[in-house]
Design a protein around this ligand. Sequence first.
Ligand code: ACO
Length: 429
Amino acid sequence: MNNSVELKIEGKTYTLPIIIGSQDEKAIDIRTLRNETGYITIDSGYGNTGSCQSSITYIDGEKGILRYRGIPVEVLAEKSTFVETSYLLIYGHLPTKSELSDFSNKLRYHSLIHEDMLHFYDGYPSTAHPMAILSSMVCSLSAYYTDSLDPKDLEQVEHLIPRVLSKLRTIAAYSFKKSIGQPVIYPKNSLSYCENFLHMMFAVPSEPYEINPEAVAALNMLLILHADHEQNCSTSTVRLVGSSDANLFASIAAGVCALWGPKHGGANQSVVEMLVEIEKNGRDVNAALKAAKDKNSTFRLMGFGHRVYKNYDPRAKVIKAACDNLLNKLKKKDPLLDIARKLEEAALSDSYFVERKLFPNVDFYSGIMYRALGIPKNMYTVMFSLGRLPGWIAHWREMHFDNDDRIGRPRQIYTGETLQEYRPIGDRN
Ligand code: ACO
């Protein structure tokens, strides 16, 4: 195999090195391109651009493979917990018993947020989307750790990691409580990470609340499946913001904002809204397919398609199977699951979707599971944020301590006016 390629521009030949990853992924290293040739590359949407080298997560989109630190995500979803998987992603290896217990204890210990932050919630209208609250509250955490915000100081960073992991969960649950007018429920540190989240979401001071172990298992699985996905839009945002040496909380808050969009993590809410609409319209899945294929319409089949997967998203496969299981165990029925299955079946036998290799993605079935757990629609993307958090942290940490942390600064090809005169306002028409 060659370790370089030749590029011919204006009659001159340039040699560019090739970089090969541990799974034989190949890249042309163009770092010297502009200096040597005066040319840049254009790649809108970055579909052909590697922004970094990373040892955290491997995806083979053609084969439908997803591994965290080399471990298949299906195995982790079955055998691990969210806390253990978070450790794996951030620190690069499965924790020993004592490492896991130390990490879990830190997460327990840092579950409260500063009491003053509770007042922030009162400033939001009751109609506020919880993602708006989450992003600003996470950024506000930086106001409480002014002596630990140096991204180049590993000791300070290690100090913040369990805090952000634990507190984002508390902030998320409180935002739900505030939105429904119930008192916030303080964390109970005898509980595990996922138990504590359910407790803060659903307990009320006036009645006992029993945590359902099936719900805990489902939540662990869902969060694990969302925990990382290499250089997706929100993770790239976290890395880009972090590359300016912005602090961890500010970088994570930016990731929350990027995730919110319906083309990314916001799709889980849009999927359920779409399924509810189909139910209202007499369950006609073909009308939805027709609209999704219509190039004059902006409607897309939500929860379908992916930049990287040209095969079934392995996370969607696990969630689809788990949906049925959870509904049975909770003795619940959900007509949306039936509609989703029919819609999937119809899409996968439609040439439009087949030719474009559009399959269900992670968001297609996850909302149905959140519904079964009693989590309201506008909290689905918050749940995704909770799951994706260890991935964001792992990438931010890798960038600063193991990797190339030059500031992210793409270039452009300018297509605007050349030199233009400034005309006084009276001379303009
Ligand atoms: N419904 C209908 N058509 C679609 C869909 C869809 N969901 N997704 C892609 N297509 C079509 C496009 O219109 C395009 O068709 P064309 O070749 O005739 O122009 C072709 O498939 C390729 O699509 P692109 O938009 O170029 O694919 P891209 O990689 O840029 O976008 C994305 C990927 C954003 C996920 C897209 O598939 C989409 O919008 N899906 C719906 C939203 C969604 O589920 N997002 C969640 C993704 S997973 C995640 O981020 C957690």
